[in-house]
Design a protein around this ligand. Structure first.
Ligand code: CAA
Length: 388
């Protein structure tokens, strides 16, 4: 199979690497050779790390021999799948899809790695709307196992099934959304974690370090919430926030992320965000061992969002947990955690914050109903899951 990746930045070069590791012939396109050469170095560096760890069998050189690079779309003429990973700008993405639609063969599937732009809007500029789909990878692509597969309202069942299969061939775990929603599953939940983290700090309930200490030391997440946002890029995080809220989700008034972006402190890539990263290299921030921030409070808004996703039949509880375990390396699923904490405690936190005037914390009807019916989680044998 021949795969074209358009855009060789953080996500694009990682996706190309994953495709090459799985044995596909890969073509990587970007606008300049400087950018492509930098991508090649980053791929080699990542492949060497994976090879040293025994995570891949082929040598980095053998894998890179399957990758060719180009500054022209002409290489799209014989591909089976194109994955676009250019910056999150609608006009730019539409131009890329017009080019891909013009050059690539009729059977080729055109996928976008967008995390926030509606897939249907992108599909509309092509003459193959049924073959356009969202294929959302996670940073860093060679490490994170999840791929969200997002059919637009035009995508055919055949295209969706093929993409699910291709994701499996790439050694990834696909989660397929039934209906496209802004931010998909992953970023809707991630946004809610960011919003609650932000609210706690801005309202004076806790410090950045305390929030992240609870995330890392109590919940055992690989990164704190602010730390992860620095890693993802605060501009990217703020974009997600704006897009998801701009398309109908309730907002949480909090300015810290916007202020950081305005000050051009974008996280790891600029050397400073909520923490410092000398030389623009990720280093683990050191955090206090103890924190007064309760796990139930930090997760409450994310669990409420998960309930919304289930209630609206976008995905089920298990799929949400797969997203969090394989897209964010959570040690347990979000809803497994919620069941362990107790859904009554989650709802108490939501009610408390809601009573302070934060509309987004109004308990979702599904969650409310579960608590009313005594489905309080593991302690009673049933919550989002059943326990025997
Ligand atoms: N390629 C190859 N290996 C890599 C790598 C890469 N790109 N990045 C990290 N690694 C390796 C490191 O070399 C290291 O290997 P060893 O154990 O052999 O030394 C290992 O992974 C662990 O890395 P670190 O020691 O640097 O740090 P860590 O233990 O914190 O792990 C992490 C790093 C895997 C990124 C981990 O912190 C993690 O899982 N964090 C959560 C990341 C996450 O949530 N990503 C999703 C973001 S949201 C998104 O992407 C979607 C969107 O639309 C915004």
């Amino acid at each position: 199979m021949k795969v074209l990746v358009v855009g060789s930045g953080t996500m694009g070069h990682g996706i190309a690497e994953v495709a090459a590791i799985s044995g596909f012939e890969v073509k990587l396109v970007d606008i300049s050779w400087d950018i492509l050469n930098r991508a090649k170095e980053r791929m080699m560096d990542s492949l060497r790390r994976l090879y040293e760890r025994g995570a891949i069998k082929d040598t980095p050189e053998a894998i890179m021999s399957r990758v060719t690079m180009s500054v022209s779309y002409d290489v799209a003429r014989d591909v089976d799948l194109a994955i676009e990973a250019v910056p999150e700008n609608m006009d730019l993405k539409r131009k890329v899809f017009q080019e891909l639609d013009r050059v690539s063969p009729q059977h080729a599937i055109l996928a976008t790695n967008t995390s926030s732009i509606p897939i249907s809007d992108i599909a509309e500029v092509t003459n193959r709307k049924d073959k356009v789909i969202g294929m959302h990878f996670f940073n860093p692509p060679p490490i994170m196992k999840l791929v969200e597969v997002i059919p637009s309202k035009y995508t055919s069942e055949e295209t969706t099934n093929k993409v699910v299969e291709i994701a499996r061939q790439m050694n990834k775990i696909p989660v397929r959304l039934r209906v496209e929603v802004p931010g998909f599953v992953s970023n809707r939940i991630y946004l809610r974690l960011m919003q609650e983290a932000c609210r706690e700090v801005e309202s004076g309930e806790a410090t950045i370090h305390q929030v992240d200490s609870t995330a890392r030391n109590k919940l055992k997440l690989p990164m704190g919430i602010f730390e992860l946002s620095d890693y993802v890029g605060l501009d990217v995080a703020l974009d997600l926030w704006k897009v998801i809220v701009g398309r109908g989700a309730s907002d949480v008034k909090c300015n810290m992320f916007r202020e950081k972006v305005e000050a051009k402190q974008l996280g790891v890539k600029t050397g400073k965000g909520f923490y410092e990263y000398p030389g623009g290299k990720y280093v683990k921030p050191s955090l206090p061992a103890d924190s007064p921030v309760r796990e139930s409070r930090l997760l409450s808004l994310a669990v409420n969002e998960a309930a919304w996703l289930i209630h609206n039949k976008i995905v089920n509880a298990q799929e949400i947990d797969t997203v969090m375990k394989y897209g964010f390396n959570f040690p347990q699923g979000l809803l497994e955690m919620a069941d362990n904490i107790g859904l009554d405690r989650i709802v108490e936190e939501l009610r408390d914050i809601y009573s302070k005037g934060y509309e987004a914390y109004k308990p979702n009807e599904l969650l409310d109903e579960m608590v009313r019916n005594g489905k309080l989680g593991r302690k009673v044998g049933e919550g989002f899951y059943k326990y025997s």
